[in-house]
Design a binder for this molecule. Structure first.
Ligand SMILES: Cc1cc2nc3c(=O)[nH]c(=O)nc-3n(C[C@H](O)[C@H](O)[C@H](O)COP(=O)(O)OP(=O)(O)OC[C@H]3O[C@@H](n4cnc5c(N)ncnc54)[C@H](O)[C@@H]3O)c2cc1C
Length: 368
């Protein structure tokens, strides 16, 4: 069953910060390109704000075919209501087949509001986008909806789910940062800029922005790291079950990261499982902070090497590391799920294996 053929193209809501397209936006454009090419459709960037002239072509350089730009002093600062008004109006008039947002504060809020206004669904926290037929079994028979987006995301338990919105258009998702690699920026790419004039009702401006202040940026750069040494609840006890001061494990991880950084000249970082962060271990205060969380409700990372030390490999953690090129697991339990996806596994105690790795890489003596 071919659905709603008047809907076409894959739209991406383009976020601009400090006059530049944000990196997660470029990632979502790459995801949009993947499904648009399957469907022979265009990728259309949608940009709202003020003084966008210089940045308007950036989505094209990163893979979009067109950009719809709504440039107005009234839209200088992000505000949910007027932005929702503009986007919903565009959707209702131009009928995109899909509309993708970044899964961050703005994308989550705006996408959900636009989906509600335009009476469609939204799949949150997607980590991949595919095009598949959706098969629905009903008492009257089997319906096949051709060419739907399979919006891939972790479910709330142990599996990866595919969400389909077969009956409504546009199909809307927000996509977790780190889920796609941006396409190389190419200034020779050509595409049309379409100006959008919005008549926003005065009632949409329920908030007056008096001042904008930036939150301090986190020093933890998990997204950029080439090597991540990540720690889990396993660091609270050694292999014999004796409680340990987890700061010791943190220091081993820090040393390992520092040596790798020094030797390979690549960015390294310390990550953590959610369980360790939320365990509220006093000794780890200020060290194992929320910014280090890897996984479904933390960050999606794509390092060359991910070292999981004392991490069981629950699905919510695994979805955050699926794009790591090599995974090294250190765990006392040979049946730990992390070994199912690890390229290299060490069945052993973090309190023995991490110092050995430090010694090996640092050139020190390795005990037998
Ligand atoms: C909606 C939802 C979202 C979630 N989001 C996230 C998320 O973003 N990120 C995330 O990480 N989790 C997330 N979780 C939690 C997730 O389900 C797991 O509970 C969590 O990942 C487990 O963390 P862990 O592996 O550190 O702990 P555990 O599962 O307790 O594993 C500890 C591991 O350490 C091993 N071990 C013990 N002692 C040692 C030792 N001395 N040396 C070596 N190994 C040892 C054990 O064998 C075990 O495998 C989420 C859960 C839900 C429901």
């Amino acid at each position: 069953m071919q659905q709603n053929t008047e809907y076409k193209d894959v739209w991406v809501y383009c976020e601009v910060q400090d006059g530049a397209l944000t990196r997660p936006t470029t990632e979502v454009i790459a995801g949009a390109r993947k499904i648009a090419d399957r469907m022979n459709m265009k990728v259309v960037g949608v940009m709202i704000g003020y003084n966008l002239e210089k940045v308007a072509r950036e989505p094209i350089y990163y893979g979009a075919d067109e950009v719809i730009v709504c440039d107005s002093p009234l839209l200088k600062s992000y505000q949910a209501l007027p932005y929702t008004y503009v986007l919903s109006d565009m959707v209702l008039r131009l009928k995109p087949w899909a509309f993708l947002f970044v899964a961050n504060e703005v994308g989550r809020e705006l996408g959900a509001r636009v989906a509600y206004k335009t009476i469609t669904g939204l799949a949150a926290d997607c980590i991949d986008l595919l095009v598949e037929d959706f098969v629905m079994h009903t008492p009257q028979g089997t319906l096949v909806f051709k060419d739907c987006i399979a919006q891939v995301r972790p479910d709330f338990a142990t599996r990866i789910a595919k969400i389909f919105t077969p009956k409504h258009r546009p199909q809307m998702s927000n996509v977790r940062p780190g889920s796609f690699s941006p396409l190389p920026r190419d200034e020779t790419r050509k595409g049309e800029i379409i100006r959008w004039e919005a008549e926003i009702p005065a009632g949409a401006f329920a908030v007056e922005v008096l001042e904008e202040r930036r939150l301090p940026k986190s020093n933890v750069k998990l997204e950029d790291a080439k090597v991540i040494v990540s720690l889990g609840l396993g660091i609270l006890r050694d292999a014999s079950g004796n409680p340990r001061n987890p700061v010791e494990a943190y220091e081993h991880a820090e040393k390992l990261a520092a040596i790798i950084k020094d030797r390979l000249k690549v960015e390294t970082e310390i990550g953590a499982s959610r369980a360790l962060i939320y365990a509220g271990v006093k000794e780890l205060e200020g060290l194992i902070i929320k910014d280090r969380q890897v996984g479904q409700t933390g960050k999606t990372v794509a390092p060359d090497v991910y070292i999981a030390a004392g991490i069981s490999g629950a699905i919510q953690h695994r979805v955050g590391i699926m794009r790591a090129k090599k995974i090294v697991a250190i765990n006392t339990d040979p049946d730990a799920p992390i070994f199912q996806i690890a390229h290299y596994g060490v069945v052993g105690d973090v309190y023995e294996v991490l110092p050995k790795l430090v010694q090996l890489l640092g050139g020190g003596e390795v005990e037998a």
